[in-house]
Unconditional design. Structure first.
Length: 429
């Protein structure tokens, strides 16, 4: 854990950011997968593991997925989260546009020969690129990250590939053997032209790939899933059918998330350009580091790299609208804002006169909480903003509406995101 983010490996101190977690936290992907898997198990979600998708077809009523073992699965919607080589994206014939790779890297977990000498632990920079050797504890497997001298071939990498790459960098492969896994990634930067094709959606690496510099990939993919998940739930559970048109609600996924990933691709490519090892690039990087040492650029880039500055275009009004609601303490409740979102339901936070907001027609979909804020409402980059009389928070934590009594625009916001008032009929569309 460190009190920083980074841009092209230029450190950005974010310890003064208005968030409960003003730091970067590095966890192995296997650890994150285990935590998410445990949560899925608690929810009793049915999971089919190790099932390869070979084709996808869709109709007006659903999606049909053909499996390699001959099985067939059917669903109302399909979300492809199957990586940069996504079979779902290819089956939906969605273009994957962008820039070809210029460099490739090998990642592996292996055993090393105890007689091969003490490895050069830590991160190494040289004219070839960035490399790293690490081990958790005194024993156990070694994690390797090494830049290949030339662009690696397509397909699964081998121990021989890893050995050759390590010798190029360290002049030895330390007798590597018994790999747990080996993978290859590149600096390719690509994004799906659209995130939706009929009933098929894309999220995560299936929708966008880029170099992992800056640690933005997992954050971006998880936000895709959270943004799309609650909207799909609204439609599948029928809550949007008599209110917001299902297609309109689901199309907001593309509208909101596509620009976010496009910006990530651009800044990842810019960061990689700043890491080239030549005198001119080094001079540019030193100049960039000096710029990012200033307060305003540091805060702006720190917020971008941590994903705390994301704002969806949900209209004008209060500065909170479209932004992620801060996780503030709610006076008199003993709770925090994010605790209210644990059940993935929208929340109308009434910060004015108790009982002063009546949304009876949406009570089955939106929970109302009367509370007070003890602290100022502060946002990354923007700083302190006025505390509104009420805030409508979507299940993904972003603010759909904020305002003062008599709450102009609240009915429209509730209808847009969560359907018409009970007892009313949606207009023809």
């Amino acid at each position: 854990m460190a009190q920083l983010a980074g841009f092209a490996q230029i450190r950005l101190d974010i310890s003064d950011f208005p968030t409960r977690h003003p730091y970067g936290l590095a966890l192995w992907q296997s650890h994150i997968e285990r935590l998410l898997g445990e949560w899925v198990d608690e929810l009793a979600v049915r999971v089919h593991r190790g099932r390869e998708v070979t084709s996808v077809t869709q109709s007006d009523t659903g999606v049909h997925v053909q499996l390699a073992d001959g099985g067939l699965l059917g669903a109302e919607f399909l979300v492809g989260c199957d990586g940069g080589r996504s079979a779902v994206r290819k089956a939906a014939d969605i273009p994957f546009e962008g820039w070809d790779p210029t460099a490739s890297y090998l990642l592996a977990e292996v055993e090393i020969d105890s007689d091969a000498g003490e490895p050069e632990w830590g991160i190494r920079h040289d004219s070839l690129g960035v490399h790293a050797l690490s081990r958790t504890g005194d024993r156990g497997p070694v994690r390797v990250m090494v830049t290949e001298e030339s662009l690696g071939a397509a397909g699964e990498p081998s121990v021989r590939d890893l050995s050759r790459a390590m010798i190029d960098v360290y002049q030895t492969d330390y007798g590597i053997h018994s790999p747990t896994w080996i993978s290859r990634f590149t600096d390719a930067a690509r994004q799906a032209a659209v995130y939706r094709q009929g009933r098929v959606f894309l999220a995560g690496d299936a929708a966008h790939v880029h170099h992992p510099i800056g640690g933005q990939g997992l954050n971006t993919g998880m936000q895709d899933a959270v943004n799309l998940g609650w909207k799909l739930a609204m439609v599948v559970n029928g809550m949007a059918v008599n209110g917001t048109a299902p297609d309109r609600l689901l199309d907001t996924y593309q509208d909101e998330r596509h620009p976010v990933a496009a910006r990530v691709l651009r800044n990842a490519m810019a960061q990689m350009a700043l890491l080239h090892q030549d005198d001119r690039t080094n001079a540019l990087r030193d100049t960039t580091a000096e710029l990012l040492g200033m307060q305003e650029p540091r805060k702006r880039f720190g917020a971008m790299m941590s994903g705390l500055d994301i704002r969806y275009e949900l209209g004008d009004g209060h500065p909170l609208v479209g932004r992620r609601m801060p996780d503030l303490d709610l006076v008199g409740t003993g709770r925090r804002v994010y605790e209210l979102l644990h059940r993935a339901r929208p929340v109308l936070l009434n910060l004015g006169e108790p009982g002063g907001v009546d949304i009876t027609g949406w009570a089955d979909r939106v929970q109302v909480v009367d509370a007070k804020l003890d602290d100022a409402c502060e946002l990354p980059v923007l700083g302190a903003v006025a505390v509104p009389g009420a805030v409508l928070i979507r299940p993904d934590g972003h603010v759909a509406w904020a305002g003062e009594p008599p709450h102009p625009g609240l009915t429209e916001a509730l209808t847009t995101w969560f359907g018409v008032r009970n007892g009313q009929t949606a207009p023809m569309r």
